[in-house]
Write a protein that binds this ligand. Structure first.
Ligand code: IPM
Ligand code: MG
Length: 365
C-alpha cells in the first residue's frame, strides 16, 4: 500500500513528539510492508515566521493531496498576550479545520489503570477504569461566528456570535450515534438549553437523529452540570457529544481526569470523503504546544503516537497496526516507563525522556 501523509509538526514540543510518531510509522511500514511518503508543511507560529500566514496555501495543498494529516500542535507565547494581534497561530489551526471540512473531532479519554495515581481524582471514583469518547463539533459555533469590536453605551465592546445550522448539528449527532452503536449504546448530549437558543436547536436535532437509532439511549445534560458530573462520577459517561466551545473545555477536563494532557490523542474527521467507510482526517494530540518544556526533549509523545494509531484506524483501515500500537503503549506503561508529566515517584517507575519513550513503544511493537 502506498500512502501519502502530510506532516505538520507545528510549534513548541510538536517537532519532538511528531518525530517519535514518525519513528513508529516507519516501523509499521517495515512490519506491514507499506510505503509511506511524507510531505512536510508549515502551520501556526512557524508558518507566520516563515511566510506571514499561519496556514499558507502550500500547506492547504499538501493536506488536500494527502491521504491523512499527522499534526502536532500550534501556539507560541510571543502571540499570546496581544488579543488584537492581526495574525495568530490559532487562526491557522481554525482555518485548516474549516478548509479541510474536519467537523467531527473525536477525543477518546482512556484511563490507564497504572496511571490512576497521576489523576487528581480519588481512586474510588476511578475504580474500574474510564473509557469516554468526546465527540466535539469542530467547524461551527462561536469559534466561527461573526466577531469584532464596536462602540456601545458602555464604551468599547467586543462580540462573538454563536450560530449553528441544523445540518451541522445533525451530522455531528450521526457521528456520535454511530460511535455509540459500536460501544455501549449510550450518548450524553451536552448543551445549555436553559439559556441558549442554539442549544434548543441542538437538543431538538439530537432527539430527531436519535429516532434513527432506537437502540441508543440519549441523555441531555447542561454543560455546567456535565463539568461537575465529570469529576463527581465520570463513569456515567460513554459517548459525550457537544458543541465546539463546550467540547474544547470539557476535553481538557477529561484529559486531566485521565492523568495527563500528554496521553490523549484526537482525530478530526471529514464527512464520508471516501465510500469505503474510511475518513479523511487530521490527527493530533489533544494537548497544546507546551512552550514551557519545548526543546528539552522531555515531552510525553504518547498522545502523538496514539493519534497515529487513530490515523491508521480511521483513515487507512489498518486495524491490526492500530491495535498493535495501542497495546505497545499499554505495555510500556505496564513496564513503568514514565515521562515527567506521568511520574509520581512510585517504586518501579522508570523515568524516560521523549525519545526513550518512543523507543520503548517501538521495542514493544
Ligand atoms: C484544541 C485547542 C484549540 C481549540 C486552540 C489551539 C485554537 O485548544 O484543539 O482544543 O480551541 O480548538
Ligand atoms: Mg483545547
Amino acid at each position: 500500500m502506498n500512502v501519502n501523509i502530510a506532516l505538520l509538526a507545528g510549534d513548541g514540543i510538536s517537532p519532538e513528539i511528531i518525530a517519535q510518531a514518525v519513528k513508529a510509522l516507519d516501523h509499521v511500514a517495515r512490519k506491514y510492508a507499506h510505503n509511506f511518503t511524507y510531505r512536510e508543511a508549515l502551520v501556526g507560529a512557524c508558518a507566520i515566521d516563515a511566510t506571514g500566514d499561519p496556514y499558507p496555501e502550500e500547506t492547504h495543498k499538501i493536506c488536500r493531496e494527502a491521504d491523512a494529516v499527522l499534526f502536532g500542535a500550534i501556539g507560541d507565547p510571543k502571540y499570546d498576550n496581544n488579543p488584537k494581534a492581526k495574525v495568530r497561530p490559532e487562526q491557522g489551526l481554525l482555518r485548516m479545520r474549516k478548509a479541510l471540512g474536519l467537523f467531527a473531532n473525536l477525543r477518546p479519554a482512556l484511563l490507564f489503570e497504572q496511571l490512576a495515581d497521576a489523576s487528581p481524582l480519588k481512586p474510588e471514583i476511578l475504580a474500574g477504569g474510564l473509557d469516554i469518547v468526546v465527540v466535539r463539533e469542530l467547524t461551527g459555533g462561536i469559534y466561527f461566528g461573526e466577531k469584532g469590536f464596536k462602540d456601545t453605551d458602555l464604551g468599547p465592546a467586543a462580540y462573538d456570535v454563536e450560530q449553528y445550522a441544523e445540518e451541522e448539528v445533525r451530522r455531528i449527532a450521526k457521528v456520535a450515534f454511530d460511535m455509540a452503536m459500536k460501544r455501549s449504546k449510550h450518548v450524553t448530549s451536552v448543551d445549555k438549553a436553559n439559556v441558549l437558543t442554539n442549544s434548543l436547536l441542538w437538543r431538538e436535532t439530537m432527539i430527531e437523529v436519535s429516532k434513527d437509532y432506537p437502540d441508543v439511549e440519549l441523555l441531555h445534560m447542561y454543560v455546567d452540570n456535565a463539568a461537575m458530573q465529570l469529576v463527581r462520577n465520570p463513569r456515567q459517561f460513554d459517548v459525550l457529544v457537544t458543541e465546539n466551545l463546550f467540547g474544547d473545555i470539557l476535553s481538557d477536563e477529561m484529559a486531566m481526569i485521565c492523568g495527563s494532557l500528554g496521553m490523549l490523542p484526537s482525530a478530526s474527521l471529514c464527512q464520508g470523503a471516501q465510500d469505503n467507510g474510511l475518513f479523511f482526517g487530521l490527527y493530533e494530540p489533544s494537548g497544546g504546544s507546551a512552550p514551557d518544556i519545548a526543546g528539552k526533549g522531555i515531552a510525553n509523545p504518547i498522545a502523538q503516537i496514539l493519534s497515529l494509531s487513530m490515523l491508521l484506524r480511521y483513515s487507512l483501515g489498518e486495524k491490526t497496526a492500530a491495535d498493535a500500537i495501542d497495546s505497545a503503549v499499554r505495555r510500556v506503561i505496564d513496564q513503568g516507563c514514565r515521562t515527567g508529566d506521568l511520574a509520581t515517584g512510585a517504586p518501579g517507575e522508570i523515568r524516560v525522556n521523549t525519545a526513550e519513550m518512543g523507543d520503548a513503544i517501538i521495542a514493544a511493537l
